[in-house]
Design a protein around this ligand. Structure first.
Ligand SMILES: Nc1ncnc2c1ncn2[C@@H]1O[C@H](COP(=O)(O)OP(=O)(O)OP(=O)(O)O)[C@@H](O)[C@H]1O
Length: 688
């Protein structure tokens, strides 16, 4: 006891020094920032340098502010007697490293050392801070030696963290990251990392901490930004605080639908775009539609036939052969349709211009012949010179007159410019290779696929829905090329939920293919049904991916996992169940006895009495009725979450209403039920 207090006061002293340093740095950075913002310069290079400096200082200021809470959470003591304190940001005093950023290599043993592989450590210490006070010190001795008098053996900060009551918002877990998670977070692999694992193994945690790590460590991620994609707005709200608490405020977070809706400037406001059913989403997610869209666009590109342009009353026609050649050249240049159209138009202008010049040459040759006939073979140069001059044709460079000079006078550059602006020519080009909008192309495909339309063709009685977004995005890409906004690193959570067409939208925005993809195929909803990562990502990317598996469940208890195990064996027999790190209550099962709503209301009341965060999970069409019944009950305010929206979320206690109803509500309902059963951190109640 005495020893513990001495250790704690020593740490308090150290932590006081850290906060003094932090305060000093905050003051210094704020002053530098204010000065940098005030400065002004007309020299563009100086202005640019200042802008970069403002950006860096601003980032540092935010990191320091975010680090204020739980600034330091650990310490490692090396066998050689040296030690390091680990925290949310690095702090130094001259050459003295007072605090090591958790992302730094030097911090790695804090997360990765074990008694079997101590990595040169003698001891790992966890510090708990409340405000600026050290309220607990707990140690693990790692060199296999007996605890000495100064060692305070830890009481499981991890267990404490995972047993804590949930608030409905995910927190960062930087102080208790586990070795298997840490290894993925700091992986140097710059390509695609796939993280799979059962429910609650920390996939989301890993994805978000990796985003923070990548931002600090990968230049391209810092330069081009990091994007985090989640399955829905409920989920995004749930994870919204994690990255800011790690000092990262600049990460874009959105859903795959919104990503595309925001990027496409086609007058589609997602608020007006209804969510569509899973069957439609699945059908519209079929990757073969990408080929159909490409084929549709190709059909617009100089279809077989001829192209005629009227020039000064003369019809000039590109025959099928010439047209096919122009199509092959323009279409084969690897350009998107609307850009290739410019090339095609250039080729048409070339053709017409050549033809006009050739005709002029023939006409003038004929004129020469006619004159020769009329003058009986007399050299007319002298005689014609005056006439030609009068007609506006000057002498050529050698001072000679003749049709060569006359043709040269037809200035090809001026002729081409005139043709390029010619309305008739533009009309002929538009007919052969029209400028297209994404919606035009998708509407053509919908014509051939009435099953993808909702209440008819959009614009003609029907509506665009979210499921059409990846099709519009694909078409936009075919027409106008890659998206303007791309990212240096993309994190995809609940990745099993993306359809193949959505993957194409995502990959398009990550040209460097630096990605962290986390998900669990056993939880795949009915819209995707991906059986492998190769199905999802495409086999090329999947082959190159670094696939990691998380095996320990940090969310729920062994008892809850056991209740879900038979279902897992059924839906993913190849997947080994995760190992839970703690035990709890047996799940409670209650028959509905003909009154499901009444039974749910009662069970919810029991759970709410514990003071826990409680949710009811029900089939989508049963959820609104239950929500209404509950809002009238004393347990009003408890969330009823439709099963289709519960992926990735967690609650202290979960009441699963009518499991058979969930199982049969939509195809793959047993996967929905598996997701529902694995949401609680403490207690599971099954009513039905
Ligand atoms: N190292 C850790 N320290 C403390 N808590 C952790 C740790 N790892 C995971 N957790 C907690 O476990 C819970 C589950 O984590 P997370 O949501 O990341 O799992 P998941 O694998 O994404 O689950 P799902 O497949 O259901 O979406 C969260 O509350 C998370 O904070």
């Amino acid at each position: 006891m005495q020893q513990r207090q001495t250790e704690q006061s020593a740490e308090q002293e150290y932590v006081d020094a850290l906060y003094a340093r932090l305060d000093g740095e905050v003051a210094r950075v704020s002053a530098d920032l204010a000065e940098a913002v005030r400065g002004s310069s007309t020299d563009p290079e100086e202005a640019f340098t200042r802008e970069v400096r403002v950006g860096m200082l601003d980032r540092r200021a935010r990191t320091l502010r975010a680090a204020e809470q739980h600034l330091c959470f650990g310490r490692i003591d090396h066998a050689d007697g040296s030690s390091l304190h680990i925290g949310r940001t690095g702090l130094s005093d001259g050459d003295d490293q007072l605090l090591v950023d958790w992302r730094a290599d030097a911090a790695r043993p804090f997360y990765a050392a074990t008694a079997a592989h101590p990595m040169g450590l003698r001891r790992r210490r966890h510090l708990r801070l409340e405000g600026r006070s050290v309220t607990r010190v707990s140690d693990e001795v790692l060199d296999g030696s007996e605890p000495g008098p100064e060692d305070v053996v830890g009481d499981g900060p991890l267990l404490e963290a995972i047993s804590a009551r949930r608030t409905g918002r995910m927190r960062d877990v930087v102080s208790t990251l586990q070795a298997e998670q840490d290894a993925i977070i700091r992986s140097a692999h710059r390509g695609v990392t796939v993280v799979e694992g059962g429910p609650g193994t920390g996939k989301t945690v890993v994805a978000l901490h990796r985003a923070a790590y990548v931002l600090a460590g990968f230049e391209e991620a810092r330069a081009d930004g990091v994007l985090v994609l989640g399955p829905g707005s409920r989920f995004l709200d749930y994870i919204a605080e994690v990255l800011p608490s790690l000092g990262e405020n600049d990460v874009a977070m959105t859903t795959a639908d919104r990503l595309v809706a925001d990027a496409l400037d086609i007058g589609l406001d997602l608020a007006d775009v209804p969510e569509a059913g899973h069957a439609l989403r699945r059908a519209a997610g079929d990757v073969r539609l990408a080929d159909e869209l490409a084929e549709t666009v190709r059909r617009y590109q100089a279809p077989d036939g001829t192209l005629t342009v009227m020039v000064d009353g003369d019809a000039i026609t590109m025959d099928t052969h010439a047209l096919a050649e122009a199509r092959a050249t323009a279409g084969g240049a690897g350009l998107p349709h609307n850009q290739a159209r410019s090339l095609f138009k250039d080729l048409v202008v070339d053709f017409v211009s050549d033809e006009v010049q050739a005709r002029a040459r023939i006409m003038l040759a004929k004129l020469d012949e006619d004159i020769e006939v009329l003058t009986g073979g007399v050299n007319v140069d002298q005689a014609a010179a005056k006439d030609l001059e009068r007609l506006g044709f000057g002498p050529d460079e050698g001072g000679a007159f003749g049709h060569a000079a006359a043709v040269a006078e037809l200035d090809p550059g001026a002729l081409r410019a005139e043709l390029a602006d010619d309305v008739a020519l533009e009309r002929a080009v538009e007919a052969a290779w029209p400028h297209l909008q994404a919606a035009d192309v998708v509407l053509d495909v919908l014509d051939a696929h009435p099953e993808l339309a909702v209440d008819g063709i959009p614009g003609d009685g029907g509506t665009w829905t979210a499921v059409h977004l990846p099709l519009l995005d694909e078409a936009e890409h075919l027409l106008n090329g890659p998206p303007a906004r791309t990212y240096g690193h993309v994190v995809v959570d609940e990745a099993q939920e993306l359809t193949p067409m959505q993957w194409r939208s995502v990959l398009r925005r990550c040209p460097g293919r630096s990605m962290t993809v986390v998900g669990d195929l056993a939880q795949a909803g009915p819209a995707t049904g991906a059986a492998s990562w190769a199905d999802a990502l495409g086999s090329d990317l999947a082959k190159r991916a670094d696939v990691r598996t998380l095996t320990v469940c940090y969310r729920t208890t062994a008892e809850v996992l056991a209740a879900a195990a038979p279902l897992l064996a059924q839906i993913a027999p190849q997947q080994a169940p995760s190992r839970a790190v703690r035990n709890g209550d047996e799940p409670r099962r209650r028959a509905a006895d003909g009154d499901l709503t009444g039974a749910v209301v009662e069970e919810v009341a029991t759970e709410v009495a514990y003071g826990d965060l409680v949710a009811v999970v029900a089939a989508d069409d049963a959820a609104p009725g239950l929500a209404e019944a509950l809002s009238d009950s004393p347990a009003g305010g408890v969330r009823v979450v439709p099963v289709s929206q519960v992926r990735g979320l967690e609650f202290d206690a979960v009441v699963v209403a009518d499991p058979e109803g969930i199982r049969h509500a939509r195809p793959g309902g047993e996967r929905d039920l598996y997701v529902a059963l694995t949401r609680p951190t403490r207690r599971l109640v099954i009513v039905g």
